[in-house]
Write a protein that binds this ligand. Structure first.
Ligand code: COA
Length: 392
């Protein structure tokens, strides 16, 4: 039996700001963001879009070509932008998508890493019950303070993947390399809306954990750097992945890559992130969708190495093989339409949207009606979030 990713759908928010506009407003050379961070734009969510609506839009797409939708027996929702301390965001999504009641739903958290835990747990469930399909959803809204160093590395997005014993896109290989260490490089206490981050430490740890997780992966799997054809990295910003790839190539492949060579090797996995920004748990797998959608070569049979990093910190390196005929199962046009359909905003609108907040005392509130995808957060009533399907 093989187990892997049967389908993938991605989604991002309604608005987008060009990082050149942000740079001008902050008195920064735009090249710092465009070249130094490797980012061009970041998606901005209005109040009526949250991780539930972003995730539901991605999942709607992921489920479109999936046979036997009733076989979805588990929904795992990975996020660090949880909407409730108790109730899983996935239950709202499960309802919006009209999934069957004989289904387990749970939410997972460990910074940007939990989507990978979700994928591995899903594969284990399918190994136990091969007729079972698992819907893995990862969605986040990355927020740092206005005017902080982290501000240009915001963004938001969602990815949904169906994991099953009928993978049409990627067969997951069984070996993983793992690394965990108690570290304060990025965290968000319950009383804060913006994360606290030691950005330089997080960037150093991203690379050092990559080396440790890869070492564990190669010793468990026997797979060497030279045996990997394509690479997907967690993407807080694209320059981070380019640097990490150059380090991996040097340390484990004995190859010294010039920056443009590193970009060429991982290039298409970066395309979507460069114009979406960081989407925390979703970023690595939006990178996978980007690689599959945008690479003009037939990638069938090629091995992909995945590096997942979540501050705090946990890292995992694992791999998969791209399936024959994967191209016909992709949603490339929908993905491109969602990205191209975003509305460009200026600095005043961005700051206004940033400052808009839901009430924190549970009082009745109707969210402003921004045109969004198929699902919208209508408001809050009696401390309860109200969602609706709105069509496109
Ligand atoms: N033209 C081209 N490049 C420029 C530049 C210019 N005018 N000005 C600066 N740069 C380069 C810098 O040299 C640096 O590249 P390098 O690291 O290869 O030397 C890059 O742009 C970023 O500049 P830096 O001064 O390091 O940025 P910063 O301190 O303002 O913030 C982060 C960068 C990533 C630390 C910050 O955005 C952050 O904290 N983000 C959130 C945390 C995060 O994403 N962590 C990643 C791991 S999970």
């Amino acid at each position: 039996m093989i187990i892997g990713i049967e389908s993938i759908g991605i989604y991002t928010a309604r608005y987008v700001i060009d990082l050149g506009v942000l740079a001008d407003a902050r008195g920064v050379d735009p090249a710092k963001y465009y070249v130094g961070l490797g980012q061009e734009m970041m998606s901005i969510a209005p109040l009526n879009e949250d991780v539930v609506t972003l995730g539901a839009n991605a999942a709607r797409l992921a489920l479109e070509k999936v046979a036997a939708r009733e076989a979805i027996g588990t929904v795992i929702f990975a996020t660090e932008t949880g909407v409730d301390q108790s109730k899983a965001a996935g239950i709202y999504l499960h309802n919006l998508l009209g999934l069957g009641c004989n289904c387990r739903v749970v939410e997972l958290k460990q910074a940007c890493y939990s989507s990978t835990a979700a994928l591995q747990f899903a594969a284990a469930l399918v190994a136990r019950q091969p007729e079972h399909k698992v819907l893995v959803v990862a969605a986040d809204i990355a927020r740092y303070g206005l005017g902080t160093a982290g501000e240009p590395t915001q963004g938001c997005g969602a990815v949904a993947m169906v994991v099953s014993s009928e993978p049409k896109l990627v067969e997951l290989e069984p070996h993983s390399g793992m690394y965990t260490e108690d570290l304060m490089d990025f965290w968000r206490p319950n009383y804060r809306e913006e994360a606290l981050v030691d950005g330089k430490l997080s960037a150093r740890m991203y690379i050092s954990v990559l080396e440790k997780a890869f070492e564990d992966y190669r010793s468990r799997s026997g797979v060497e750097f030279k045996d990997i054809d394509e690479f997907c990295y967690h993407l807080p910003f694209t320059r981070m992945a380019e640097k990490a790839h150059a380090r991996l190539a040097r340390k484990f492949g004995g190859v010294v890559l010039r920056p443009e060579e590193a970009v060429a090797q991982i290039g298409h996995s970066l395309d979507y992130n460069r114009i979406i920004g960081n989407s925390y748990t979703a970023a690595l797998y939006i990178g996978l969708a980007s690689l599959l959608d945008n690479n003009e070569d037939d990638l069938a049979g090629r091995r992909i190495g995945f590096y997942s990093y979540g501050s705090g910190c946990v890292g995992e390196y694992f791999s998969g093989r791209i399936m024959e005929g994967y191209g016909e199962w992709l949603h490339t046009e929908h993905h491109r339409e969602a990205l191209a359909g975003r509305v460009n905003i200026g600095i005043e609108e961005y700051e206004r949207l940033y400052r808009e907040k839901l009430p924190t005392d549970g009082s009745e509130f109707i969210t402003p009606k921004h045109r969004v995808g198929c699902y919208s957060l209508v408001g809050i009533c009696d401390h309860k979030r109200i969602y609706e399907s709105v069509g496109e």
